[in-house]
Design a protein around this ligand. Structure first.
Ligand code: MG
Length: 391
């Protein structure tokens, strides 16, 4: 497969933080992908919530299946645009490694708990996982991934965190948030593939859970156009017993339409901008994009899901409990760091003697909680407080 001039080429990677000999048969980005698949945080994704709690049903998306869907969509678009598929896959599989238990509820609550200690951002946490928290190599902390994979993992970053990163790694992955430049096209692609994936699978999970209905979805053009198109072609799907097939076919068409739209709009943008290499890509405005019509439709769908699904009373009931679990765990471990698993207790003990002791200890607690799966957090909460999760 020939790569485009503007794609990331592993032969011209900006490299790893710790020098390692090249692998005999794999490119640097394949190697990154492999390291991610074998890491502990990746296996935990299977027990972490996307929207629905992991134990609410066996068929709902988890962070793991979500990440696989992002990788599938990303690779598919990358191949059409002659971008680097291996890099896209590595970024996609790693993009949610820093997610807390209980989805956005967990993340927002942990951010509140960490307010006076530097806050919590899940993108930065994903980078912390691959840079520091995975302990699998004798020579270094983390997975020692290439710059390009790390650049893609750090999707957003606040200015203050970017300044901190820049201090530790001058000209590194924090830099672009200070310069306001873009990442590689492969990284831009993963952001969009993430959005395409969750918009589609949240419709699927939302309808399957009964929290949203096909009738409600009639106000969402991006979905309903394809539902009507499908029904026109297969009138027998009107039958109530065929509802699933109608749902799947409409989602399938919706996914394809978005993929083709991104490919067309991005190809046109690339043709006009004609970046001769990825360094020029980084200086240009974002090139990986929907066309204007699809952008508007995707926004409308997002808006619908936000109000009808993420704010559904049943989802909010879970949110309330999740907030309490995270808050209580944070308070309990901060008061008694020795209640954490041994490795973290040892780190907290060392952090207590560090120059910025309170923040350093709180960061260890935050790392511990962020790494938890939904069910482990619930069990720990019960162990420490005696309170049971109400389902
Ligand atoms: Mg995601």
């Amino acid at each position: 497969m020939m790569l485009a001039l503007f794609a990331c080429d592993p032969a011209h990677s900006r490299g790893r933080r710790y020098r390692q000999e090249p692998a005999p048969t794999r490119t640097e980005y394949q190697r990154d992908r492999d390291r991610i698949v074998h890491c502990t945080a990746f296996r935990r994704l299977v027990y972490k919530t996307q929207v629905f709690l992991n134990h609410e049903g066996d068929l709902f998306r988890t962070r793991l299946t979500h990440s696989l869907e992002v990788a599938q969509l990303g690779r598919s678009i990358a191949r059409s645009l002659a971008l680097n598929e291996d890099l896209v896959e590595a970024i996609a599989l790693a993009h949610d490694l820093g997610h807390t238990p209980f989805g956005h509820a967990g993340q927002d609550t942990l951010n509140e708990c960490m307010a006076e200690f530097g806050g919590f951002e899940h993108n930065l946490q994903s980078l912390r996982v691959v840079d520091k928290l995975e302990g699998r190599y004798p020579q270094f902390d983390g997975l020692n991934l290439t710059f390009e994979t790390r650049e893609g993992i750090l999707k957003h970053c606040s200015r203050s965190n970017a300044e901190q990163l820049e201090c530790n790694e001058p000209g590194g992955v924090g830099r672009r948030f200070l310069d306001k430049t873009q990442p590689s096209l492969e990284a831009q692609l993963c952001n969009l593939a993430d959005e395409i994936a969750y918009n589609a699978h949240d419709i699927d999970d939302g309808v399957r859970s009964g929290l949203i209905t096909l009738e409600q979805l009639q106000e969402v053009a991006l979905f309903d156009d394809f539902r009507r198109e499908t029904l026109a072609q297969y009138p027998n799907l009107q039958d109530k017993t065929q509802g699933r097939r109608l749902l799947y076919e409409a989602i399938r068409r919706m996914l394809s339409a978005q993929v083709y739209d991104v490919i067309a709009a991005t190809s046109a943008a690339l043709k006009t901008a004609a970046p001769p290499n990825v360094d020029v890509v980084r200086q240009l405005p974002p090139l990986l994009q929907f066309g204007p019509d699809m952008r508007a439709k995707s926004r409308a769908l997002k808006h619908f899901l936000f109000h009808q699904l993420y704010r559904h009373p049943q989802v909010l009931a879970m949110t309330g409990q999740a907030q309490q679990v995270v808050r209580d765990l944070f308070a309990a471990y901060l008061a008694d760091p020795q209640a954490m698993r041994e490795g973290f207790a040892v780190r907290a003990e060392a952090a207590r003697r560090a120059p910025q002791a309170p923040s350093a200890v709180a960061r260890v607690v935050s790392d511990y909680i962020a790494g938890m799966t939904d069910r482990f957090a619930v069990r720990e909460h019960e162990r420490l407080t005696g309170m049971k999760w109400l389902s």
